[in-house]
Design a protein around this ligand. Sequence first.
Ligand SMILES: NC(=O)C1=CN([C@@H]2O[C@H](COP(=O)(O)OP(=O)(O)OC[C@H]3O[C@@H](n4cnc5c(N)ncnc54)[C@H](OP(=O)(O)O)[C@@H]3O)[C@@H](O)[C@H]2O)C=CC1
Ligand SMILES: Cc1cn([C@H]2C[C@H](O)[C@@H](COP(=O)(O)OP(=O)(O)O[C@H]3O[C@@H](C)C(=O)[C@@H](O)[C@H]3O)O2)c(=O)[nH]c1=O
Length: 296
Amino acid sequence: MPRKIVIVGSGGRLGAALLREWRERGEEVVGFNRELLDLGDFSAIRERLDALEFDVLVNCAAQTNVDRCECEPEEAFRVNSGGVAALADVCTRKKARCIHISTDYVFDGTKEKPYTEDDEPRPISKYGESKLSGERCLQAVSDRHLIVRVSWVFGPDRASFVDQIIQRALTQDRVEAIADKISVPTYTLDAARLLWPLVEQPEVGGVMHLCNAGECSWQQYGQHALNCAAALGMPLCTQHVEPLKLAEMKNFVAARPRYTPLATKKFTGITGITPRPWTEAVEEYVRTIPVGGASA
Ligand SMILES: NC(=O)C1=CN([C@@H]2O[C@H](COP(=O)(O)OP(=O)(O)OC[C@H]3O[C@@H](n4cnc5c(N)ncnc54)[C@H](OP(=O)(O)O)[C@@H]3O)[C@@H](O)[C@H]2O)C=CC1
Ligand SMILES: Cc1cn([C@H]2C[C@H](O)[C@@H](COP(=O)(O)OP(=O)(O)O[C@H]3O[C@@H](C)C(=O)[C@@H](O)[C@H]3O)O2)c(=O)[nH]c1=O
């Protein structure tokens, strides 16, 4: 029987990539962007989705502005937790599977080895708390549903740290990034390829970590992006990313965890696939950016 897939958050960085990539594979995929479906409007969620037939719903929508979540926790919980509960309810009633995207920010970052799915989440920001609460809403209704935690998402559908750092180096002599905060980038086009086997395995539920391989600081991530841009002949004003300390980021409202690489052993055990290194993914992505500069 052909699968019908709904993507919620199809206007975002990850959701837009999943919609396009999976449609290109010939899959039947319907997307809801924020205009079509507001996650804070629980009755609209019921009305829109009850009227649709689908087998799998992938939720990529979230309030992802970490500092805004800290200042507006009610909105953060309404969208990142209440909205997820409403989606889970619709999916459970329709006997559809919900694949919900979550984050490395559910962890406090005090560990010294990559976080596994068995590690206890302990968020240190309202964003992290609201995302963990969303996970728990999903887990409360059915263990058929799947939570996929990703980290440092980048890709062609919305500018992110890679684009910002290249843009800065194209216009400024000095570029800085935080050197004492470590995680793993996740390329949206790789995520589209890697998530597909999980869509095809309805028996896989619970929590799963998924990101590219390796780990880096924000400075190393930015430095690699600049190395790739320089190798492509982009007219950079500087090719070096200077180190900053997390404690120096006085404009950050929310606390950020220091060390949140995600271990992907469980994913590899289930699918037989090892994600490629983040360095290769960044290199491929930077090649797609026009030589004149990154998108805004
Ligand atoms: N970005 C990252 O580095 C990381 C992201 N994640 C998680 O991955 C997922 C995808 O993130 P990503 O694609 O990068 O983020 P984006 O911010 O690009 O996408 C999120 C989408 O959700 C939409 N949205 C926000 N509020 C609402 C609402 N009330 N109702 C409906 N839609 C809403 C946004 O709308 P609009 O287009 O109007 O902004 C946006 O299109 C999220 O669950 C996020 O928590 C996890 C780890 C890292
Ligand atoms: C990394 C960095 C960011 N910034 C700025 C850029 C941006 O405006 C602001 C916050 O940066 P980021 O958005 O990259 O960082 P942050 O908001 O912490 O990003 C998070 O997003 C959420 C959705 C997640 O789930 C996390 O995994 C993580 O990717 O700080 C710097 O000025 N210097 C830096 O070195």
